[in-house]
Design a protein around this ligand. Sequence first.
Ligand SMILES: *Cc1c(COP(=O)(O)O)cnc(C)c1O
Length: 253
Amino acid sequence: MRLGGGGAILPIMSVTRGRIEKNLQRIREEIDAACARSGRRVEEVSLVAVTKTVGLDEVKHLVDLGVTELGESRAQQLAPRAEEVAAWLGRRRKPQPAPVHWHMIGHLQRNKVKAVLGCSPVIHSVDSLRLAEEVDSRAERAGQTVDVMLQVNCSQEQQKYGVAVGAAMHLGEMITTLKHVRLIGLMTMAPLSDDPEAARPSFVRLRELFEEMRSEKTGGDGFRHLSMGMSQDYPVAVEEGATLLRIGSAVFE
Ligand SMILES: *Cc1c(COP(=O)(O)O)cnc(C)c1O
């Protein structure tokens, strides 16, 4: 597994529509099974297909297959790609597929906020007040309100990004005071491991933090998402309450 952190350029893979369709079907079956095991409804869980390792053709296959939530981890790829997909959808004859929503899931630098807001994304990776304030002021100028999530470092590893668990509640409260961002949930990345169970403690910690913040009324009614679970560990994430799964390689393998 490769993560698109830093400025790393990922190899672009080419995958057929048939393979993507099969993979999506298998992932949905896994999600259904995890929901059944944990007494959850499948409608509570959405798949965000992470397209950072594939080209525009694969993104189009996804849209044709009915996937509406698309994720990118780099601003430099998200902004132009969202434009290309919008133009492609605009040229298409009816019936139009459902509108797509973009999710910014990777580390976001403040000087990239303006470019990213052009496609009205959900931002999963807010981890500082300075970044939240930049999003707020750019959103105000653009006449938007932006949905954001707070990225939390639940594993206490030497991860580069994410606010510490102990500081999350306070940061969440400060973000809630901003008028042009809406705090809709929490996001975490579990430690990289081949063992899906290694992710569970991070997911549990995020859910407990979420429940604590909810009981303090942080974020209000809109505060309802847990963005957790990737290709290696998404069934575990579903069992622990994930509402948004960010899945890349399992869609394109
Ligand atoms: C790449 C990436 C994912 C998806 O990872 P896979 O292991 O390919 O499913 C999820 N979240 C973030 C933040 C990522 O950068």
